[in-house]
Design a protein around this ligand. Sequence first.
Ligand SMILES: Nc1ncnc2c1ncn2[C@@H]1O[C@H](COP(=O)(O)OP(=O)(O)OP(=O)(O)O)[C@@H](O)[C@H]1O
Ligand SMILES: [Mg+2]
Length: 261
Amino acid sequence: MNDRFYKANKNEVELFKQAAEQRLPVMLTGPTGCGKTRLIEHMGEVLGRHVITISCHDDLTSADLVGRFMVTGGDVIWSDGPLTRAVKEGAICYMDEVVEARHDSLAVLHSLTDHRRTLYLDRADDVIQAPDTFMLVCSYNPAYRSSLKELKPSFRQRFVTVAMNFLQPEQEIEVLVSEANISESIAKRLVKCATAIRDADDVFHFEPPSTRALVTAAKMIAVGASELEAAEVAILAPLSNDGAVTDGLSEIAAACLAHTE
Ligand SMILES: Nc1ncnc2c1ncn2[C@@H]1O[C@H](COP(=O)(O)OP(=O)(O)OP(=O)(O)O)[C@@H](O)[C@H]1O
Ligand SMILES: [Mg+2]
């Protein structure tokens, strides 16, 4: 099985390549488990570039990104942060859940994401010009965004933004077969189940079941769980703790997983 198998949804692979060719930063948005991280891993392979990942959180400082002076054995030496390493190496720097980072921490990215493509290391008194292969890619899930956590327009408008969503059913079936080695007919039923729940999204107010959840269910089935058990633990239970909702979901799952073929 190919770890980095990526099934293109629409034109995102081409858009990513075009942005890379023009040395433009890319922002991926979309629901959890729809393939954002997988796309970046895949593009790292396609473009032959190393991917350096930074998981963003609200304690992340600009020093965590660019680096800091450290005392080692009585000497004070500069230690590059992951962003600086990615710039020096000409790698893809992937900032996951970028909306979690504070605005002041992200300010250091401004000069890297416009025509200057330059990283200013004020504390180390250094200026680094990014090589052509350096690329900044960020991602976040707009559904998690609270009013307190908005990216600034001056940040957002620097990026080529690709809004991702779940694959079409035939594509998602292919992913499940490839990722978990299950039969196409089982994959079809799992996808039918997810699609029914996603379509009932207006009734249930929660994040829809992800491709990741379906892959997890498929993996459980591959080692002996029944389809209903797998749907319960991998798709339904992670969606809601509300008993009434869970009952409704179980009914949908039971109807979709009934072997009708
Ligand atoms: N287009 C795709 N091609 C192949 N596998 C996919 C695709 N989309 C989703 N998957 C499967 O779903 C899993 C989750 O995808 P991924 O980790 O890329 O989601 P994500 O969008 O980064 O989610 P999160 O926002 O939670 O980080 C992958 O490990 C893979 O098994
Ligand atoms: Mg991800």
